[in-house]
Design a protein. Structure first.
Lengths: 248, 468
């Protein structure tokens, strides 16, 4: 469903390669956690998938579309099937919750349709937003102002917006970094379950390996611009040993 | 048929402006008025800054008497600038000197007030720390207030340079020489081709001043060009006359302010007319600016459309309300309609720019998120930029209303109706007690909205620089 082949990204022409001939495959409904220290290129990898970062060489395939080749309308079409969930602040806080959720449909709507919705939303469209909110258990907040929601709720609204996109792929860039551990666990659990049940490929960067271990199918470590697969069993075996080395 | 007739009339009116008179015999005459306008502005703003800075520190440091001083400044600032110009003519006689005096008094008061407010808004914590060392108020200002807020003060001061040039054109319309006098003269002579020339000159002048201000913002060192220009101009335009006794006599005749029964009866409708003019003009500008501003915002519209729309706003902004008013009074006749259009056009230029900037300055993350869904530029603007910029834009609109109320009284002077016209008529007929009464009413109106505006500013933390 998602295939990256020898992707190289540099931010300056002569600069170092942030991603260096990186390859990665993920099936539909598979949940992949990206781990690695800050600055290792996790965000760059995610952004190269929806072409918000230009890649120097290599190929990105989303479904059967050659994403790294697409320009203009074709690119917009591909992007409309790739949802992106960021750490925070990516909701328009002055809009109502359902307006933020329906923004996920903007990619397949015409501009006129989008403008008409703001002035005069149709019942069917609001129902679509309600359905998406229902799957993140927030249907009762449909008409609230987005600012009235807590951090965890806002992140769930972002997930609902992603669902409205009917995505093939969800990219999540440290979606729980600004949440407390309990809320973070809930959000990740929800995200992975939704991805599996709807056959969406989930690629999610994380700081906490224990979350990755608990909820995801596999882990990929980004190291020196390469993707290094981490077998869950190694990671699990490794971590107790590491804690043991810390003198108490 | 009626509308067609109107259209032809409008067309004929416009046709009279073309082609502008660019003959050498006329253009060569314009050197002096241009120099006068620029000189009055340079000397005026230089002296006003010298005056304003120490006063604003007194206010900012809340020294004894600062409240009273602040009230006096607010009162001076609420006098329409043209009325102030008339007072200055009474004191120092007709000529550029009166213009210089007007700019110094008006902008001195305005800048002292605003600088003071900026200083008062300084972060109290570092000041507390300084106070804890036992520093005196003066050293508190020198080591705390000024370094903390110099950037804001500088930024607003630079903004006022632009305003001062526009104002030195405006005061010329009453008395003081420069392009304003020239413009009124040509309008009265119905020589519209020369009016067109002057408007073009004004545009070029304002664009140059705008570029200079941008240069100063980027390289603050460029501000050093101002003092020498100001000092040289001061020698040329210093008032040649000081009619102290005449002034005292004239002002004495204004006391006590008085309105007879008929005038009192008319007063509410005059006030309403001025308020209506300001509200109508602001509304018109808000609508135009709301529609046009996305076309002037980078990231929403393509580059060349942004460029064109910005130049259009610049043109609308460069021509002062009163010049728009003079043009439309000539065409549409005397009445508030001309005033609404005049305020509307100039404010569209101002608000259009501000709206576009606030559309550009929205937090970037939600915009990226919307763009990542594959939404079109316009859809992103409608779901992202527009709602995110709604708060600041609303505040800008309200502030513009406050400003337009002052401008509406000035427009009354050229026959657009309202309390300004009553004020001007009283002055023309030497009904001095009435004049003072109308002036006090005007100041009261402006004062009320000034206070409301200041409260709004505090609540929404909108900087001064962006508003005026």
């Amino acid at each position: 469903m998602l295939r990256l082949q020898d992707v190289t990204v540099r931010y300056t022409r002569q600069g170092p390669a942030v991603l260096d001939r990186l390859s990665l495959n993920a099936r539909a409904g598979e949940c992949v956690a990206l781990v690695g220290p800050s600055g290792s290129g996790k965000t760059t990898l995610l952004r190269s998938i929806n072409s918000t970062v230009a890649i120097e060489s290599g190929e990105v395939w989303v479904g059967d579309a050659h994403a790294s080749r697409a320009r203009g309308r074709a690119l917009r079409e591909i992007r409309s099937r790739i949802a992106f969930i960021a750490q925070k602040h990516d909701l328009v806080d002055r809009l109502k919750v359902y307006q933020n959720v329906i923004a996920g449909a903007l990619g397949r709507w015409s501009t006129a349709h989008a403008l008409r919705f703001l002035a005069w939303p149709k019942a069917a469209e609001v129902d679509e937003a309600r359905e998406a909110l229902d799957s993140v258990s927030l249907a009762h907040k449909l008409r609230n102002r987005t600012t009235e929601l807590s951090g965890g709720e806002q992140q769930r609204v972002a997930i609902a917006r992603a669902l409205v996109q009917h995505p093939l792929v969800i990219l999540a860039d440290e979606p729980v970094a600004s949440l407390d551990p309990e809320t973070a666990a809930q959000v990740l659990d929800l995200l992975c379950n939704l991805a599996r049940s709807r056959s969406i490929t989930l690629v999610c960067s994380l700081h906490q390996p224990e979350f990755a271990r608990r909820y995801f199918d596999r882990m990929v470590k980004i190291e020196k611009g390469h993707a290094v697969p981490v077998a869950a069993i190694f990671w699990a075996a490794e971590s107790p040993r590491r804690t043991a080395q810390v003198p108490c | 048929m009626l509308s067609l007739d109107r259209f032809t009339r409008f067309f004929h009116f416009l046709a009279q402006f073309f082609p502008p008179d660019f003959s050498w015999s006329y253009v060569s005459l314009l050197g002096q008025p241009i120099l006068e306008t620029l000189g009055i502005a340079a000397a005026g703003i230089f002296l006003a800054m010298l005056l304003a800075f120490p006063i604003s520190i007194v206010i900012g440091a809340r020294m004894p008497g600062s409240q009273a001083l602040y009230a006096v400044l607010a009162a001076i600032r609420s006098i329409p600038d043209l009325t102030l110009a008339i007072f200055c003519v009474i004191i120092v006689g007709i000529g550029p000197g009166a213009g210089l005096a007007t700019i110094v008094i008006y902008y001195g008061a305005a800048m002292a007030k605003v600088f003071g407010e900026i200083f008062r808004a300084a972060d109290p914590r570092p000041l507390e720390a300084l106070r804890a060392t036992g520093a005196s108020r003066i050293s508190l200002a020198a080591f705390g207030l000024v370094p903390l807020k110099l950037a804001d003060v500088f930024s607003f001061g630079v903004y006022e340079i632009e305003c001062a040039v526009r104002a030195s054109v405006i005061v010329g319309a009453v008395a003081a020489g420069g392009i304003g006098t020239e413009l009124v003269g040509e309008l009265n002579a119905f020589d519209y081709r020369r009016v067109a020339t002057l408007v073009v000159v004004l545009l070029i002048l304002m664009v140059l001043v705008d570029r200079y201000c941008r240069l100063v913002r980027r390289h603050p060192i460029a501000v050093l060009a101002l003092p020498p220009a100001g000092i040289v101009s001061m020698f040329f335009f210093w008032p040649k006359l000081f009619a102290g006794r005449h002034a005292v006599e004239t002002f004495a005749r204004m006391w006590p302010p008085h309105l007879n029964a008929a005038e009192l009866h008319d007063l509410p409708s005059l006030i309403l007319q001025t308020l209506g003019m300001a509200a109508g003009g602001t509304m018109l500008a808000c609508i135009f600016a709301l529609i046009a501003s996305p076309a002037a915002a980078k990231g929403i519209a393509p580059g060349f459309i942004v460029f064109i729309t910005r130049r259009l706003f610049e043109i609308l902004r460069a021509i002062p309300e009163i010049v728009w008013g003079l043009l439309f009074v000539t065409f549409a006749g005397i009445g508030p309609g001309a005033g609404v259009i005049a305020l509307g056009l100039h404010s569209t230029g101002v608000l259009g720019k501000l709206f576009a900037e606030s559309l550009e300055n929205v937090p970037p993350d939600p915009i990226h998120a919307l763009r990542a869904t594959g939404a079109s530029r316009l859809a992103v603007a409608a779901f992202g930029n527009l709602p995110l910029a709604a708060g600041p834009n609303l505040v800008y609109g309200l502030f513009r209303f406050e400003w337009n109320m002052r401008a509406a009284t000035v427009l009354g002077i050229i026959g657009a109706g309202g309390i300004g016209q009553a004020l001007y008529n009283a002055q023309q007929m030497f009904f001095y007690p009435q004049m003072l009464a109308y002036l006090l009413v005007t100041c009261g109106m402006v004062g009320v909205f000034d206070i409301v505006g200041t409260q709004l500013r505090k609540r929404y933390r909108v900087s001064w620089v962006a508003v005026e």
